[in-house]
Design a protein around this ligand. Structure first.
Ligand code: AMP
Length: 451
């Protein structure tokens, strides 16, 4: 097993690592060290807690020479103020025996204070994108001296709608620089950013195991569209005992909100939604209510669900089929913890079949396919994304920030009420027939037995 002695560290770094009491580099640290040092662009997929901060900081500090120059050579961009403070703290610990100036800047604090701090000179700046851009515009901070750009938690950053701020900052940076990026999840937004701005990046990732836990029972449904998925979901959720703690993954904020509206109509006060446009307080409250069992349905996006401690989830429902199979593995891993048996259900449309195949290939397992129960209405309503594009219509790659649910959203919701007859429809049928509509529907029989 590799120890820190095996890495080509400098003495000051060795000493500070020893003070910290660390003996072995984490896998991501071991892998990243030579690659970051090579000077190539790097994309690291790693979650918080894997030691990712040191993974990029150790090699950077290893090669950063003492300098008195005023303008920074290393820029670390992070999405939140908390992370600025945390990263600055980690750098200070690592550089304890070095002569190094590190400054952290973030929004919500008087700009003049940061201007002064920056004017004193720094080797490394750790910043949130908005504040950094303000400082660069005010000319106290010159970014032409940056040699290494690190973007940490880039998935969260893009999810918060910082894409344009990032692009503005890229414009001010010298073209010749090393780009280093770390993300917990691979999303399409992240991939687009890499394609647009990185040069032949080296990827570092701790391989995601393609072997799901034995105690996770997987099933899948093929469905024609969003609102039929909604109908099936509402039909399934009707069984409160079976579906007692359900985590539902939606692909993005827009769909998470849209789905929440549809589920809330059927199950008011039993569901909540979290994504990065919700306030911190709202998110904390939702998670608490879910964990305590006050709400049994939680709708979340991949990015936001990552850092959450959610307990004893009975079902993970993949409302969409993740484009990256690794995300499926992460999602389903939220259930079936410890002794508990977990269940996971995958919804796929025709368009998502390829993604489903990739997941099945990674696992080397074909997810059992279930028939759509007869009671589930097949909706003909299409979402904006599902509707065929008019010729000449630009398919915009919107960022989350641009998305504002406008009148069209509400119109659609009202229209949809007419056709979206999930649970209540099922109840009506049940009332009418007082027995399962189809005797062959095992789920239905199981449900009735329980009551
Ligand atoms: P991070 O993933 O960067 O948020 O780091 C998670 C935590 O692990 C931080 O508190 C680090 O100080 C700590 N840590 C980083 N590298 C190591 C290591 N090699 N051994 C033990 N702890 C570490």
């Amino acid at each position: 097993m590799t120890t820190f002695q095996d890495l080509d560290l400098s003495n000051p770094l060795r000493n500070s690592i020893e003070d910290l009491g660390f003996t072995h580099p984490t896998p991501i640290q071991e892998e990243a060290f030579p690659i970051v040092r090579s000077g190539k662009d790097v994309v690291g997929i790693a979650q918080t807690g894997t030691g990712k901060t040191f993974a990029y900081m150790l090699p950077i500090l290893r090669d950063l020479k003492f300098s008195k120059q005023q303008h920074p050579r290393v820029l670390v961009l992070v999405p939140t103020r908390e992370l600025v403070l945390q990263v600055v703290d980690e750098i200070e610990k690592l550089s304890k025996y070095m002569s190094l100036r590190v400054t952290g800047v973030f929004g919500g604090v008087n700009l003049n204070r940061h201007k002064q701090a920056v004017a004193e000179g720094a080797d490394i700046i750790v910043a949130t994108p908005g504040r950094l851009y303000d400082l660069a515009l005010s000319n106290v901070l010159k970014l032409k001296s940056i040699q290494k750009l690190v973007i940490d938690e880039v998935d969260v950053m893009l999810d918060l709608g910082f894409r344009f701020q990032l692009l503005n900052i890229f414009d001010l940076l010298p073209e010749r620089r090393q780009n280093i990026m770390f993300s917990a999840t691979m999303t399409e937004d992240v991939e687009n950013l890499i394609d647009d701005f990185f040069i032949a990046p080296k990827k570092i990732a701790i391989a995601v195991s393609g072997t799901p836990l034995d105690n996770i029972q997987q099933t899948s449904y093929n469905l024609p569209n969003f609102y039929t998925k909604v109908n099936l979901l509402n039909y399934l959720l009707f069984d409160k005992e079976e579906f007692s703690k359900v985590l539902i993954f939606a692909p993005n904020k827009r769909n998470a909100d849209r789905l929440f509206e549809a589920v809330k109509e059927e199950y008011p006060s039993q569901s909540c939604v979290i994504h990065s446009n919700k306030t911190q307080n709202y998110r904390i409250r939702s998670i608490e209510q879910f964990n305590k069992g006050e709400k049994r349905i939680l709708i979340a996006t991949d990015v936001i669900a990552r850092g959450l401690d959610l307990q004893e989830i009975t079902h993970v429902i993949n409302f969409n089929t993740p484009h990256f199979p690794e995300n499926y593995m992460h999602r389903i891993g939220r259930t079936g913890r410890a002794e508990h048996e977990g269940k996971t259900i995958l919804f796929s449309t025709e368009k998502e079949q390829e993604a489903k195949q990739r997941i099945e290939e990674l696992m080397d397992y074909t997810i059992p396919l279930l028939e759509i129960p007869e009671q589930v209405e097949i909706s003909t309503e299409l979402t904006e994304e599902e509707r065929p594009k008019e010729p000449g219509e630009i398919s915009s790659n919107r960022t989350s920030q641009e998305y504002v649910p406008g009148p069209a959203f509400h119109e659609k919701k009202e229209k949809n009420q007419k056709t979206n007859q999930g649970g209540s429809y099922r109840r009506e049928i049940a009332k009418k027939y007082k027995k399962p509509k189809t005797r062959g529907d095992k789920n239905y029989n199981k449900r009735n037995k329980k009551k």
